[in-house]
Design a protein around this ligand. Structure first.
Ligand code: TPP
Ligand code: MG
Length: 366
C-alpha cells in the first residue's frame, strides 16, 4: 500500500522527485555497471553447472530444436499456413533464462516464440496444433504461430508487431510492482526491435519507477535481411539503456550456462527492487527470418561456421561428455525420448479437427 500511495503522490506532484541536478551530477550507474562479458571471459569465469543441470538444459534445448525442425517440415508439406519463424540456433537463450526464473515470473516475446512456449512448459501438442490451425491448439487454431498465450505457464505471447511486447512487458512489471508480488517480467525482443521508439519509452518508465523487468535482447545479428552493422549506430545493444541509467551486460547467448548465470544476476537485480536490467544475448539464427526468406544477405559459410563451432546444443553436449556427466548412449536416449514427444505433437496437430465454423464468432474483441 505504501508503495502505491507514494507512487500516486509522486504523480500528483506531492512527493518531491529527486532533483535533476543531483541525478545529473551523480556518476552514471549505467556506465559503471556495464560489462562486456565475452565468450572468452565467460569461460575464464569458470562457469560451471552440475551434470544433472546440464542434462536438463540439453534436453530442453533439444526439444526446441526437434520441435522446430518438425514444424519446418510440416510447413513445407503445406500443413502450416501463414507466418512461421523458427528459433533454431537460439535455444540456449530461453533455456538458460528459464532455468533461473521463479514461479510466477512472466515471459513475453515477439513472433519467434515457439521455443519460449516450450521452455515455459506449454504442451508441445497444443503449440503444434495451433501451428496447423487446429481446434486443439492454444488459441483453438485461430491464432497461429505468433498468437499463443498461457496464463498457467505465465506466457503472455506471441506478438507480431516488432517491439510491441516491450511496453507490454514493462506493463507486466508495473502490475508486479503495484501488487508488490515479488515477480519479475522477462521481456524478450530482437536486435531489430531494439531500434523501436516504444522500446525507449518503456525503458525510461521502467527505470524511473524501478520496475521489476529484465529486457532480454536476442541479438541474432539480423532483422529480416538487415544486419546489426547496417542498422545500428551503436552495435553494443546492452548499452541501449545508458541514457536512462539502466545497467546492461553482453552475454554469450550460445552458452546455456553463461546465459543462466547472467540471467540469475539480472533477475535478482530486478526482484530486489533495483529496477530493470538489460541482457544482450549474442546469438544466431540458422534458418531464414521466416519460411519465405531466400537468405541472400549472408553466406552459407557464415551459417556453417556457427553451426560447426558454436552450436549451443553441441556445446552443452561437449560439456556433458568432457565432464564425464553422461555417456554418448545416455544422450542418444534423450534424443529418442524427445523425438517421440515431437512425433506425438505432430500426430496430434494433424488429427485434431479444424475449428468449427461457429468459432468465427467467439473470442472476437472488436
Ligand atoms: C512495427 C513493425 N515493423 C516492421 C515489421 C516487419 N518485420 C517483421 S520481423 C522484422 C525484423 C525484426 O528483427 P529482430 O527484432 O531482430 O527479430 P528477429 O526476427 O531477428 O528475431 C520486421 C522488420 C513488423 N512486423 N512490425
Ligand atoms: Mg534479429
Amino acid at each position: 500500500m505504501k508503495r502505491i500511495s507514494k507512487f500516486f503522490a509522486r504523480l500528483r506532484g506531492q512527493a518531491p522527485a529527486p532533483s535533476l541536478r543531483q541525478e545529473y551530477a551523480a556518476p552514471s550507474q549505467a556506465a559503471e555497471g556495464m560489462t562486456d562479458m565475452t565468450a572468452k571471459e565467460a569461460a575464464a569465469n569458470n562457469l560451471s553447472a552440475t551434470g544433472e543441470e546440464l542434462l536438463s538444459y540439453y534436453r530442453d534445448m533439444l526439444l526446441i530444436r526437434r520441435f522446430e525442425e518438425r514444424a519446418g517440415q510440416l510447413y513445407g508439406m503445406g500443413h502450416i499456413g501463414g507466418f512461421c519463424h523458427l528459433y533454431i540456433g537460439q535455444e540456449a537463450v530461453v533455456v538458460g533464462v528459464e532455468a533461473v526464473k521463479a514461479a510466477g515470473d512472466q515471459t513475453i516475446t515477439g513472433y519467434r516464440d515457439h521455443g519460449h512456449m516450450l521452455a515455459c512448459g506449454m504442451d508441445p501438442k497444443g503449440v503444434m496444433a495451433e501451428l496447423t490451425g487446429r481446434s486443439g491448439g492454444y488459441s483453438k487454431g485461430k491464432g497461429g504461430s505468433m498468437h499463443m498465450f498461457s496464463k498457467e505457464a505465465e506466457f503472455y505471447g506471441g506478438h507480431g508487431i516488432v517491439g510491441a511486447q516491450v511496453p507490454l512487458g514493462a506493463g507486466l512489471a508495473f502490475a508486479n510492482w503495484y501488487r508488490d508480488n515479488g515477480r519479475v517480467s522477462l521481456t524478450y525482443f530482437g536486435d531489430g526491435a531494439a531500434n523501436q521508439g516504444q522500446v525507449f519509452e518503456a525503458m525510461n518508465m521502467a527505470q524511473l519507477w524501478k520496475l521489476p523487468v529484465v529486457f532480454i535482447i536476442e541479438n541474432n545479428q539480423y532483422a529480416m535481411g538487415t544486419s546489426v552493422k547496417r542498422a545500428h549506430s551503436e552495435t553494443h545493444l546492452y548499452r541501449r539503456g545508458a541514457s536512462f541509467g539502466i545497467e546492461g551486460m553482453e552475454v554469450d547467448g550460445m552458452d546455456v550456462v553463461a546465459v543462466r548465470e547472467a540471467a540469475r544476476d539480472a533477475i535478482d537485480h530486478a526482484r530486489r527492487g533495483d529496477g530493470p536490467f538489460i541482457l544482450e544475448m549474442k546469438t544466431y539464427r540458422y534458418r531464414g527470418h521466416s519460411m519465405s526468406d531466400p537468405a541472400k544477405y549472408r553466406t552459407r559459410e557464415e551459417v556453417e561456421d556457427v553451426r560447426e563451432h558454436n552450436d549451443p546444443i553441441a556445446r552443452a553436449q561437449a560439456r556433458i561428455l568432457e565432464g564425464g556427466h553422461a555417456k554418448e548412449a545416455a544422450l542418444k536416449a534423450i534424443d529418442k525420448e524427445i523425438k517421440a514427444i515431437v512425433k506425438e505433437a505432430a500426430d496430434f496437430s494433424l488429427e485434431s479437427p479444424e475449428p468449427a465454423p461457429e468459432e468465427l464468432y467467439t473470442d472476437v474483441l472488436a
